[in-house]
Design a protein. Structure first.
Length: 289
């Protein structure tokens, strides 16, 4: 059986960079095992499979090279940009079914935005030193006003603030320990950041490590940028409702990305949010099962 896979870079910065996702359209006939095998063969951090849905406009399933994941930000943005380009989305509003419920999707010109739920927070006080050691950093690398916190807007990420961009770029992660901590705390992974942007027009610069899911580092993580925006607003007091998060600059092969997060605030609390960006179709490959 031959399977066509579109490769689409999501959260591109300008007309380049971004995070590549594999996309398989019309995947109703594929089994879970076949989807996992395809994701392994594609070899990207996530591959999305699009099939029909009785509760939403489309059903999306996401697979990393090691396992299925409930949500994937960049693969969602890549998928809906592709569907829009193919004329499969007739209006600016659509929806996706996932294994964790349905989410709204909005199309605005060349940008797609995905709905995330209001943030849930968990503390990590007893693991603070172990977390910093896993990044090869001393505890004093944390800013005085805030520390690591688990934030979940659909997927749980450990948000780790650092003092400056140089520290973010110089982190030497112990991926084995990060995987152990991620398993212990039931995380997708770490999202480390600095408020000092790598370039103008950004509110933070971030890196993401998720070895538990076979992702050592990736260029753009929409499901982590949402939690980061919530952290900035509710825990660091950054009083704005639109954030632009830079990512991908410090990878071995840099791929600059930008993720825009729009918060919905009611009575000074975040009631919901959208994360989105642009995407660009890069290539198509064929996998033989």
């Amino acid at each position: 059986m031959k399977i066509d896979v579109n490769v689409v870079n999501a959260f591109i910065d300008g007309d380049a960079g971004g995070n590549p996702a594999g996309i398989v359209l019309d995947a109703d006939h594929l089994t879970t095992k076949q989807k996992q095998n395809i994701a392994v063969a594609v070899g990207l951090s996530e591959t999305a499979f699009v099939s029909s849905s009785v509760s939403a406009d489309f059903k999306l399933e996401f697979f990393t090279p090691t396992r299925q994941i409930a949500h994937c930000g960049h693969a969602t943005i890549a998928t809906f940009n592709l569907l829009h380009q193919l004329g499969r989305i007739p209006s600016g509003s659509t929806s996706k079914e996932t294994i964790d419920g349905n989410r709204q999707i909005f199309i605005n010109k060349r940008m797609a935005f995905m709905e995330q739920v209001a943030p849930r927070y968990r503390t990590v006080d007893g693991d603070m030193n172990r977390i910093m050691a896993s990044l090869g950093l001393p505890p004093e690398a944390l800013p005085s006003e805030a520390g690591p916190l688990i934030v979940d807007t659909g997927n749980p990420f450990l948000i780790v603030p650092l003092e400056n961009t140089r520290t973010v770029g110089g982190v030497n992660p112990d991926l084995e320990t990060i995987q152990t901590i991620s398993e212990d705390l039931d995380l997708i992974g770490y999202y480390i950041f600095s408020r000092a942007p790598h370039m103008p027009g950004r509110d933070a610069n971030a890196r993401m490590f998720a070895p538990r899911f076979g992702i050592n580092e990736e260029a753009a993580t929409g499901m982590a940028a949402g939690p980061l925006a919530c952290y900035l607003y509710e825990k660091m007091g950054v009083q704005q409702e639109i954030f632009r998060i830079g990512q991908g600059h410090f990878m071995a092969l840099p791929s600059p990305s930008v993720i825009e997060v729009r918060l919905t605030v009611e009575d000074s609390r975040i009631a919901g949010l959208l994360a989105g960006g642009k995407a660009k179709t890069m290539s198509s490959i064929t996998i033989t099962l």
